[in-house]
Design a protein around this ligand. Structure first.
Ligand code: ADP
Ligand code: MG
Ligand code: MG
Length: 897
């Protein structure tokens, strides 16, 4: 079995296609060698070794040892130096790399191979003892943290781990010697600190930092495998839905040093701007620094080039002006990588004494707006075809384009607290919290929070997820906070150096103001501005985004499914049309009854003891209902509008206050006690399975009659005035064909009457909502009569599982945690169960009535995975809330590709 894949010197065993085996990082390091890009040589240990490790009681496969030694030898040959050699030692980094990138979740150890034996040789060779001891102290710190503490199963609370202790030793040393920056420390200082570090490790962890290079190497490799099952990594995989079985690969790579002096540097960059999508090379760098310094946000990084400088970075030196030759080489590599991968890349580079090395490339994370712009731009540049462009944007990402922004008028008057770097666009308001745990807790209690941190680290991810927005004092546009926020499309501001955070007191000073935990602030992540208080937010107008409009046109060309919306007011309907809706899939009518004046009529109807009184009570509602339907049908001019007849449990109309009981009694001329006893007689134990849906219309046909008349009279009047209308009258909660036929008869009779009265022919349909298992099982019987089916998958899920949708909160979290259910079936359609009923009903229905129109309303109509299911099962349309219409349009297009 081949466990180790070499790369270096323009050759490699692997390729970019081998992500499953080599992990993303390893596969792309190999690929860059094939492209002739300078990459420090090394080798990748496969993800299979990780699986082996977990399947075999944390042992490594026997044959790994010889493959590893062999690969090390080959790397030494390329470099002309030897691992552990006293005169010319080779140093390596041990880097994790899963199939899908998990930024900062997994571990990396740099400078492996420094020991009491190799240190003198390296000082001799480089003539730079400061560099060597700086590298050494970093190795000790990373190794202690990653290998000796975390991998050993000690997962201390954040802030008390060994890394933290060692960091405070540096601070002590600095203040003792009156140093300000890390750069003030000499080689002698770092040497002394290295010894102090080792003492601290000995006393805290009760173990010795290994002085043997091979022990360091194996320790670090094992620790990377071990980090796959670390708490942080597991949490991240849960959020991102990454399977536990994948495992990580390990890359062992020759070290190059960005910390060898003024002609050395390190940086990260994106081939295009990941926040806006602009075709501008964008990045950050630091002179005389190593590895994570840029991302860790300890020093404020410099901008890569002149054209991307901002207000905040205009006085900092760009790489373009400081090292022009290197910059143009890097820019050339940028072009080559984009051309090869045909996508925006996120790259890491290091400059060692004037020589450029590439350390990583991967497809860069981007927010929704940038994803859309890049997809459309790249299609126009001829890099990708339309199909690829459509697949480049995750439907959910469009949500961000529809996300709120600050209302610009209110923003003008808002008190500005300070400014930072605009890392994640959009607007957000929330109450301030200072720890990730608090963010999570407050969010659980229904609060909107903004998480403020000095800088974020992978330990904070759960809190970042819960927060509306993230604000940090340190770090740049490529910092951890920026990267994570971008991935989720969250509003984020980083590097706001004015922030003076006191986590213990739970307060922060910004300029003149002190903000305490729980205070409201508002952020404009597009411009990096922070305001006190809650500034008004407004919904974004996606029509102002030219690439979005273009992408949607392409989506509409491709998709077969029609997209409708669920709307009950003319305003919702207009909003949805703006987002591209082609009809209304569900117009509920119950809210139309809850108005003071109307509900009294309903109550009177319920209390009536003969048909005549009942009818006259209901008919009081006719003018109101007609007006409602006129509004909706007019807003949707010419498009189909599915109107569902009254559905909720009867008793919902009968929860009365003392006053209401009295006024109803007065109105009906009866005793309050009679009212009370009627109300209690109507009480139901299981209202969701009680007197609701078509059962109402069957008990009180006058309701159906009145509603049908309101719909059809509205249609007739609109038709007369030249507005074309297409109503579809939907009978809810049918379980037997006889229920359907009973109600259909009432509607058809009204239709004949109305058409005669208005002397015209009306185009309309009668159909049913399919939301009970029995309706699915007998769909052939129902389809002989119904002109359309609309799957009400909320109730269908409820009745198929026997889960009450309103009560799942008490057990669903356990179900998800323990993988009893893969996800909330009310959010994503349960394909195996509920889905089977749906496809059976479609087939049974179409077999007897091939023209029957079939759609889906309910939450699932806006869920991408469920939309794919609808496409595969031959539905005609999906219907979702107005704000999900664009998501549904793109999902429906992707379902065809
Ligand atoms: P992550 O997945 O968190 O980005 P990496 O493995 O990329 O972790 O490493 C962390 C940091 O160390 C990065 O900035 C990377 O560029 C740097 N680094 C890793 N290996 C080397 C190396 N061989 N030489 C120089 N720097 C390195
Ligand atoms: Mg790392
Ligand atoms: Mg990296």
């Amino acid at each position: 079995m081949k466990y180790v894949y070499l790369f270096g010197n323009g050759a490699a065993d692997g390729t970019a296609k081998m992500k499953n085996t080599l992990g993303g990082k390893g596969a792309n390091l190999a690929e860059m060698n094939h492209l002739g890009i300078p990459v420090p040589p090394g080798f990748t240990i496969t993800t299979e070794v990780c699986s082996y490790y977990y399947d075999n009681d944390k042992k490594l496969p026997d044959s790994l040892d010889s493959q590893l030694k062999d690969a090390l030898l080959q790397t030494e040959n390329i470099m002309g130096s030897k691992f552990g050699d006293a005169n010319d030692p080779l140093l390596v980094s041990i880097r994790s790399g899963a199939r899908q990138s998990m930024p900062g979740m997994m571990e990396t150890v740099l400078n492996v191979g420094l020991t009491s034996k190799t240190i003198p040789g390296l000082i001799e060779k480089t003539g730079n003892d400061r560099f060597v001891y700086d590298a050494y102290r970093r190795l000790i710190m990373m190794y202690a943290d990653v290998v000796m503490e975390k991998a050993a199963g000690l997962e201390p609370e954040s802030g008390v781990g060994i890394r933290h202790k060692l960091e405070s030793l540096i601070e002590d040393h600095k203040s003792k010697n009156q140093y300000v920056n890390d750069t003030d420390l000499s080689g002698e200082d770092w040497k002394e600190l290295s010894e102090t570090f080792k003492d601290e490790i000995r006393s805290t962890l009760g173990a010795e930092f290994p002085d043997d290079p091979m022990e360091q190497l194996l320790g670090a490799i094992t620790a990377v495998f071990q980090s796959w099952s670390g708490e942080r990594a597991i949490n991240y995989r849960k959020i991102e839905n990454i399977p536990d079985e994948w495992g990580t690969a390990v890359n062992v790579q020759t070290m190059v040093f960005g910390n060898m002096g003024e002609s050395s540097a390190t940086g990260v960059a994106f081939t295009r701007n990941p926040a806006t999508g602009e075709d501008k090379f964008f990045g950050e760098w630091l002179v005389n620094a190593q590895g994570e310094d840029v991302v860790a946000g300890l020093r404020t990084p410099n901008p890569l080039n002149e054209e991307t400088k901002t207000e905040g970075t205009k006085d900092l030196p760009s790489l373009e002006s400081s090292m022009p030759d290197i910059y143009s080489e890097l820019k050339e590599i940028r072009g080559r990588l984009e051309k090869h991968y045909n996508d925006m890349q996120d790259i890491e580079f290091t400059i060692q004494e004037g020589k450029l090395w590439m350390l990583q490339t991967r497809v860069g994370k981007r927010n929704g707006s940038a994803a859309t712009k890049m997809a459309v731009d790249m299609k126009k540049e001829g890099m990708i075809d339309k199909k690829t462009a459509l697949l480049r944007v995750k439907p959910e990402q469009l949500d961000e384009l529809l996300h709120p922004m600050l209302d610009s008028e209110s923003e003008k008057g808002a008190p500005l607290l300070g400014k930072g770097l605009p890392a994640g666009p959009g607007g957000a308001s929330g109450r301030v919290v200072f720890t990730a745990d608090d963010a999570e807790q407050w969010h659980k209690n229904g609060e909107k929070v903004i998480l403020i941190r000095e800088e974020t680290s992978p330990e904070d991810v759960h809190g970042m997820h819960a927060a509306e927005a993230i604000l940090t004092a340190k770090g740049g546009m490529t910092s951890h906070a920026a990267l994570v926020a971008r991935g989720w499309g969250k509003c984020c501001i980083v590097g706001c150096s004015e922030l003076q955070i006191d986590v213990n007191k739970k307060e922060v000073v910004i300029g003149e103001s002190t903000i305490s935990e729980g205070d409201w602030i508002t952020m404009n992540g597009t411009e990096g501005k922070i305001y006190s208080g809650a500034v008004e937010l407004i919904d974004a107008d996606p029509d102002t985004h030219p690439e979005y409009k273009e992408l949607m046109v392409w989506a509409d060309e491709v998709r077969q499914l029609k997209i409708r919306t669920n709307a009950e007011s003319p305003n919702d309907a207009k909003q949805a049309i703006k987002f591209g809706a082609e009809g209304i899939g569900l117009c509920r009518t119950e809210h139309m009854f809850f108005d003071e004046a109307r509900i009294l009529a309903i109550r009177k109807m319920i209390f009536a003891d003969n048909e005549k009184d009942r009818r006259s009570a209901v008919m009081e509602l006719l003018p109101y209902q007609k007006e409602d339907f006129m509004g909706i049908l007019k807003a949707m001019e010419g498009m189909p509008v599915t109107i569902r007849l009254l559905d909720p449990p009867l008793h919902e109309f009968m929860s009365l206050s003392e006053d209401q009981e009295k006024s109803l009694a007065d109105n009906l001329n009866i005793d309050v006690s009679t009212v009370k006893s009627r109300v209690s007689a109507l009480h139901e134990l299981n209202p969701m399975l009680g007197h609701r849906g078509c059962r109402l219309g069957i008990a009180y046909p006058e309701i159906t009659e009145m509603q049908a008349r309101a719909i059809l009279e509205a249609s007739a009047e609109l038709t007369k005035s030249g507005v074309s209308v297409l109503p579809e009258i939907m009978i809810p909660l049918v379980g037997t064909v006889t229920e359907y036929v009973d109600q259909e008869k009432v509607i058809r009779k009204v239709a004949r009457d109305v058409m005669k009265e208005y002397e015209l022919e009306l185009k309309f349909m009668v159909g049913t909502m399919i939301e009970l298992p029995r309706a699915c099982l007998t769909a052939d019987e129902i389809a002989k009569h119904a002109e359309f089916f609309s799957f009400g998958t909320n109730d269908l899920t409820q009745t198929t599982f026997g889960f009450s949708r309103d009560d799942i909160g008490s057990f669903l979290p356990d179900y998800l945690d323990r993988s009893i259910l893969p996800e909330d079936p009310f959010q994503s359609l349960d394909v195996n169960g509920v889905g089977k009923l749906v496809s059976m009903a479609v087939k049974l229905g179409r077999d007897v009535n091939e023209k029957i129109k079939i759609g889906i309303c309910g939450e699932h109509g806006g869920d991408p995975a469920s939309i794919h299911f609808c496409k595969e099962n031959g539905l005609d349309y999906v219907s979702c809330s107005p704000f999900r219409v664009p998501i549904a349009r793109l999902s429906a297009a992707q379902a065809e590709l």
